[in-house]
Ligand binder design. Sequence first.
Ligand code: ZN
Length: 487
Amino acid sequence: MLQIYNTLTRQKEYFRPLNKGLVGMYVCGPTVYGDAHLGHARPAITFDLLYRYLQYIGYKVRYVRNITDVGHLEHDADEGEDKIAKKARLEQLEPMEVVQYYTNRYHHDMEQLGVLPPSIEPHASGHIIEQIAFIQKILDKGYAYISNGSVYMDVEKYAKDYHYGKLSGRNLQDIVTETRELDGQDEKKHSYDFALWKKAAPEHIMHWPSPWSEGFPGWHMECSTMGCKYLGEQFDIHGGGMDLMFPHHEAEIAQSCAALGHDSVRYWMHNNMITIAGKKMGKSYNNFITLEQFFTGKHELLTKPFSPMTIRFFILMAHYRSTVDFSSEALEAAEKGLARLTEAYTRLQKLQPAATSTIDTGGLKEKCEEAMDDDLNSPIVISHLFDSARAINTIYDGKATISSADLEQLKAVWKTFVIDILGLKMNNSAGNEQHAEAYKGAVDMLLELRLKAKQNKDWATSDTIRDRLIKLGFNIKDMKDGFEWSL
Ligand code: ZN
């Protein structure tokens, strides 16, 4: 039975969904103002793994992953310019052009990484009415206040009735010392109060009417609102990167508790962060490598291009709650590991069954399930697959045999765990070589038939074959004793 680590209770818990018929899962998606990098790949792959495994163990899952296209401000999400509006201003584009452009690119990157699309992908800007209604509820309950056209969460008031900081383990005093003092703070009663609605400055290009001002919602508001709208006032899983725990998820909990009287989420899950050559990813380190740069190898920290599957495999080789350090060397090691797995997969498809098995290939399914049930322990699943790969290679080399029934079972387990659950695509060079060989053979055969037709003075057939091949893009050169061709 599946156990997952609940960040809220700080322990592994058996996963018992509210409604066995439909598991509700919400994951914070990207703010679409730039290309996706590794910081986007890790949560996407982590929760893709969970999404795939929940379906494998028999649940129907409604997976909501949002697109943040308004309200995410530059400083602590709460102050400064809107990230999308800023990009639009700099590039002289409509904000929604920026959103569309980077959403398309994000989707393309995720598809390359084998990340399944969510069931619903709501945009914050498409849910302004719902967010206004949610803010009104918080105001009605007395946990927010209006100041100069903006609405702020009254954190002190909230903290008297509820536990503010229960997810991140912070208390108000820590938060006071951490909060930056910035312009406009005088609107707030306390530095730790966060915006539910912000009045738009005259130069701000993204704004909507509300009962309080022409403005826009605070960043944290969209997730409380859209989670509630699509998954209900209480749902099973909320995921995201550890960097979102505070203030984003802590604020979400406060908003939901203030409006509804209870938290919406039963299991909070967080993936750990990625470092690059031991350093945090950040603009000041010049180590923001986009996924596109990984795929093309065009970045000074990379020795060569790395395929999307190598990136996926590398991320899955670590447990989602441990940190991962990216370096070219580590990626090259992952690439070799993936190649070994792919080779074993290809060999497995070619194995011939014998009357009996002389090697034990059983128990793989149970071992992989046990690892996945233990808080999605993908590195252990991968190590079991490597053990199995050794057995496959032994059979392939003729040093052991496998019965027909065992072979069928082994093929099924590999397909389930490698393709369906780990989501690895096994297009391999061995497959490509086979493909290329078949294609070359077919063209040669057609040209041999043409040669025969010519010898028989069947000019019509000979010309048809030549013309059709030329139309398909082939160059054909007749030689003294045969032919040459190229594409
Ligand atoms: Zn969120």
